[in-house]
Ligand binder design. Structure first.
Ligand code: FES
Length: 169
């Protein structure tokens, strides 16, 4: 009888182990950075694997860059004109420094907002100010779209359009 119990215990343990591994694998996927290449002031980020509502961070010219595939259910942010359309999905890409005094805000996926711990400033999932003291939205760096990739550091036609509309600094 105790042998049987040992056997079932081991089988159950193995199943639990597999479940835990699966959960770990799923979690790890969200921690993995997006594939990117850096060269001479340009950072190319492949957005094809990005998951909705998961904040990815990259570096470009020594600055942190936020990359967020904006969740569709956040209707207000999703319709924001500052979003970048890549492969049919909408992305918010910005320099990850608060426009108040330069702290790095944290993203709260359950609230679809960035909160800056330094003085309590808040931004929505499209980088627009929700709560002062930040005086302006998170800054969009020069970019160009190439297929499912975005190249930071090159002012492409999409960026120029935003600039003409006064939507980027
Ligand atoms: S630096 Fe972000 S609110 Fe002051």
């Amino acid at each position: 009888m105790s042998d049987r119990r040992d056997f079932f215990g081991k089988v159950l343990g193995a199943y639990a182990g597999l479940g835990a591994l699966g959960a770990l694998y799923a979690a790890k996927r969200t921690w993995d950075p997006l594939p990117s290449v850096k060269a001479a002031g340009f950072t190319t980020i492949d957005l094809s694997q990005a998951q909705e509502n998961v904040l990815y961070t990259e570096m470009w010219r020594g600055k942190p860059i936020f990359v967020l595939k904006v969740p569709k259910q956040d209707k207000k942010a999703y319709e924001d004109k500052r979003l970048i359309t890549v492969g049919g999905d909408k992305f918010f890409i910005a320099i990850g420094l608060c426009t108040h005094l330069g702290c790095i805000p944290a993203y709260y996926p359950d609230q679809h907002k960035f909160i800056c711990a330094c003085h309590g400033g808040q931004f929505d999932a499209a980088g627009e100010v929700l709560k002062a003291p930040p005086p302006s939205p998170l800054v969009i760096p020069p970019f160009t779209v190439k297929g499912k990739k975005v190249v930071l550091g090159e002012a492409g036609p999409e960026y120029k359009k935003l600039k003409e509309a006064g939507l980027v600094a």
